[in-house]
Design a protein around this ligand. Structure first.
Ligand code: URP
Ligand code: ZN
Ligand code: ZN
Ligand code: ZN
Length: 492
């Protein structure tokens, strides 16, 4: 036997090109990518006839919340490492990067990392790594950055909003300086917390409590201001950042201008900003709660259009899910905790922020048939691998170097378009914001390091719990600090 697996007759798509080539896999790696028919006489244990379907590097979803405690003071994550990673592979994603959440009253990051390892170990269907979520950048916590790097963690997330997590600008500067020193990428959730609190009070004074007012309470201006502030802080320290879940085209404009000035500013957007609008929060009763996330889906199709353009023109480095689900029916008494007798339509400020989406991310992007396929691979896989230190092991088909993580799509006209039902999904969530939406594409196979883990026509989920392994990550290979010199106060 020369090869363990051959994938033939597919349209192989990378971030660079679309080619009619065949792929040979040996053990868990891509062994060769050659002209159509090259492996005709090769001996292989298994052959998949991809038959005109697209064949892409497995998805890398770099924004996933699993098993988080109620950090936002409103309920804990619905998905565990097991159910979240299971959902990922069924939607074509083979690597996830999940938050390891430090709490404000904790002084260390290594304890958080260890506890998160314990939750994930032996449970995952996909490969996985962690971003440290820093809520308390104490001197001790910052002194652990070298240990984090040793442990294979090269990114962290900080918040400019949420009382339980928010850092002030001085704390953000502390984090950026330490991150710069140790080649760690800082992800920033940029919203102006005071503006949100002020708007919330204004709305409540007027007895405007329904789910749709969540969007009103988180206006685009809160995102615009904080995004620009984050860019300024990053430029001041000369530290690379990634602005997470950007929803507003006006915020994207600030990002584009910074990038055009050559700054190491990276950005992420998410399907909820391409496929949902504020109107989705205005469904009857409490239904709108299913689309409550922060930042919220914006006003109109024009906003969605602005975000698509940001993907096309490279403003957005990555398209991640921000999978952060809570149960819609969230308590034992059969009554949702944010609905009370006094507030029968609920109170938006008590609705946990976040939607499920790790499984629908790639199928939504494919079904939109909007991005060139190379761009789609770039933003859903390759760039995430590069930014978070996984390239070329992930996000590519480089013979001898890349893991054999592959998603194979049905060829055009081999999949009847269908309307999504939540029961088709593999998460542990009792709804999807995309219920009823028509999907034209869905992965036919997902392959993790040479093993088929999703076979839609042959058993569905065929991977095993525990098959996913921890990914030890190096530094980003995208644009970093402009200067290699240490940051020096005398430079000012
Ligand atoms: O609403 C959201 N995005 N919830 C998840 C937490 C976060 O800020 O990413
Ligand atoms: Zn966030
Ligand atoms: Zn998030
Ligand atoms: Zn099949």
């Amino acid at each position: 036997i020369e090869y363990d697996l051959l994938i033939v007759n597919g349209l192989v798509v990378t971030d660079q090109e679309v080619r009619e080539v065949d792929i040979a896999i040996k053990h868990d790696k891509i062994a060769a990518v050659e002209a159509r028919g090259s492996f005709k006489n090769a001996k292989a244990a298994q052959v998949i006839d991809a038959d005109g379907g697209c064949v892409m590097p497995g998805g890398v979803d770099a924004h996933v919340h699993l098993e988080e405690p109620p950090l936002f003071g409103k309920g804990s994550s619905a998905d565990t490492f097991e159910t979240g990673s299971r959902s990922a592979v069924c939607g074509g994603t083979t690597s996830i990067i999940v938050f390891a959440p430090q709490q404000k009253n904790e002084d260390t990051l290594m304890t958080t990392l260890k506890a998160t390892h314990a939750k994930a170990e032996g449970k995952c269907y996909s490969d996985y790594s962690f971003h440290l979520l820093i809520a308390n950048p104490s001197e001790n916590a910052l002194s652990e950055f070298p240990a984090l790097r040793e442990a294979g963690i090269s990114s962290l997330k900080i918040y400019m909003t949420y009382a339980a997590l928010q850092l002030n600008d001085g704390q953000i500067l502390d984090v950026l300086l330490a991150a710069r020193q140790h080649k760690i990428t800082t992800m920033i959730h940029a919203e102006n917390n005071d503006l949100i609190l002020w708007m919330t009070a204004q709305l409540e004074k007027r007895k405007m409590f329904q789910p749709k007012y969540h969007a009103t309470s988180h206006p685009a201006m809160a995102e615009v201001e904080a995004t620009y502030r984050a860019i300024c802080l990053s430029e001041f320290i000369d530290a690379p950042i990634l602005l997470v879940h950007i929803s507003s085209p006006a915020a994207a404009k600030h990002i584009k201008q910074a990038q055009d000035r050559g700054l190491p500013i990276h950005a992420e957007t998410c399907p909820q900003y391409l496929f949902l609008t504020k109107a989705d929060l205005d469904k009857p009763g409490f239904e709108g709660a299913k689309c409550v996330c922060s930042p919220p889906p914006r006003e109109s199709e024009q906003d969605q259009e602005g975000i698509w353009r940001g993907l096309e023109d490279g403003t957005f480095t990555v398209l991640s899910s921000d999978h952060c689900p809570f149960l819609y029916d969230d308590n034992e008494t059969g009554k949702k905790t944010c609905i009370t007798d006094e507030y029968p339509e609920g109170q938006f400020k008590y609705i946990p922020n976040g939607c499920p989406g790790v499984e629908t991310r790639l199928p939504l992007a494919m079904s939109a048939e909007r991005l060139p396929l190379t761009k789609l691979v770039e933003v859903t896989s390759t760039n995430a691998a590069k930014l978070y230190g996984l390239y070329p092991r992930k996000g590519a088909f480089i013979a001898g170097e890349s893991d054999a993580d592959i998603v194979i799509w049905y060829p055009q006209d081999k999949l009847q378009p269908f309307q999504l039902k939540n029961e088709m999904l593999h998460h542990n969530v009792d709804y999807s914001p995309y219920e009823g939406k028509t999907f034209k594409h869905w992965p036919r196979y997902t392959i993790l390091r040479g093993q088929v883990v999703w076979d839609r026509d042959g058993g569905g989920l065929v991977g095993q719990r525990g098959q996913g392994t921890f990914l030890h990550r190096g530094p980003s290979s995208l644009k970093g600090s402009l200067s290699d010199e240490p940051w020096d106060i005398r430079g000012f």
